[in-house]
Design a protein around this ligand. Structure first.
Ligand SMILES: [Fe+2]
Length: 372
């Protein structure tokens, strides 16, 4: 029996993978079965391999690299590179590293000990509390509300190319009967989700939802990211939907960033073409974008307008019926096509709440392209 993918029930995209008989470690798949897995990833965008709790960090790293023959397999570098834990980066608290496999990050919440050579360490689940402009009130938190923390592509967005995929392994996760909800600020729609669910939007749905004029615009636009974008935005705060930042001129000035070079500033197409399906995906990081360039006219869109436009373009794709929220079970290995979806943390965790995951993505050797 070869590897098989079955679309997820009651989800707009995503699939569950059944490994071939006799294979428990997906990094040991035969070349033919791996091809099936890669095709499923590009087709369903998010795939879940259950019962992987004991997958070693080494196997997870090896599996992650198999999806990208251009990535640097010998580098110690994670997809984010060396400014990942910079003191002023908005990502600084988002995790720690497995000592024996530094490309694998440990993320989650609570106090932990004796984990793959790590002892007595604390993990902090990202929260809207420290990132959103208008944070949830005490009443809203009491009412079990949460938010999309930050819709994003996993990427340094400076110097390095976006990873092709991310692998995320749930080792200790909250009970699936613990529920929280997101109330959309603009429509009052209510989305109920398991505490700590990872939310995904499909870049394909986002592109397909655009008007013909917006499709034309998106296909002809380059998104320019700020140098060291996570440090650039650190004093600013995000919109309540997690799509972009509120423009209040709080960003750090370019002169106040770590040294940077114009040649390393990331300029990426707004639409990335799926290499397997040929479908177009609307792909950007609305919090880190700095400006847009119209490829036909050269006209540049400034920061505030850029953010407003990106928020408008992504809004339909985060509607409850269009997103997939992965409700974690222990041992789930979720692989997502980082060039075809955006994702967001959800969940408000108390200090006592425990969660531990392994995450891996490796910067690619090539940028995504738009094929028209
Ligand atoms: Fe992420």
């Amino acid at each position: 029996m070869s590897l098989a993918a079955t679309p997820l029930d009651n989800a707009p995209f995503g699939a569950v993978i059944r490994l071939p008989e006799g294979v428990t470690d997906p990094s040991k798949l035969s070349p033919d079965d791996f091809k099936l897995l890669e095709k499923a990833l590009h087709t369903y965008l998010v795939v879940v391999i259950p019962n992987q709790k004991d997958l070693s960090p080494k196997s997870q790293f090896e599996l992650t690299t198999m999806f990208d023959e251009t990535c640097n397999k010998t580098s110690q570098s994670y997809g984010h590179g060396k400014t990942f834990r910079h003191e002023d980066s908005v990502l600084k608290k988002d995790g720690t590293t497995v000592p024996s496999q530094p490309q694998v990050q440990v993320i989650g919440n609570g106090y932990w000990s004796d984990h793959h050579g790590l002892d007595n360490f604390k993990l902090t689940q990202p929260s809207q509390r420290t990132f959103h402009h208008k944070t949830l009130t005490a009443n809203e938190l009491e009412n079990n509300q949460t938010r999309f923390y930050r819709w994003h592509i996993d990427s340094a967005l400076y110097e390095l190319s976006p990873p092709k995929c991310t692998t995320l392994l749930g080792i200790h996760v909250p009970n699936s009967d613990e529920k929280q909800k997101i109330i959309y600020e603009d429509t009052n729609e209510v989305l109920e989700l398991t505490k700590g669910a990872t939310a995904f939007l499909s870049g394909k749905t986002a592109f397909d939802s655009l008007s013909p004029e917006d499709k034309e615009l998106a296909l002809n636009t380059t998104v320019v990211y700020a140098p060291h974008p996570y440090i650039f935005i650190s004093p600013a705060r995000a919109t309540s939907d997690g799509i972009t930042m509120v423009s209040e001129n709080k960003e750090r000035s370019f002169g106040d960033l770590p040294p940077w070079e114009e040649s390393k500033v990331k300029k990426l197409p707004m639409v990335w073409t799926n290499p397997t399906t040929g479908k177009q995906h609307l792909q950007f990081h609305g919090c880190c974008a700095y400006k847009l360039i119209n490829n036909k006219t050269g006209k540049e869109t400034p920061l505030e307008e850029t953010r407003d436009l990106l928020q408008r373009l992504y809004r339909p794709a985060i509607s409850p019926e269009n997103i997939y929220c992965h409700s974690w079970k222990e041992g789930d290995l979720v692989i997502f096509y980082n060039r075809g979806v955006s994702h967001s943390v959800t969940g408000e965790f108390a200090e006592k709440d425990k969660r531990l995951m392994h995450q891996c993505n490796i910067a690619s050797g090539e940028d995504p392209v738009c094929v028209k």
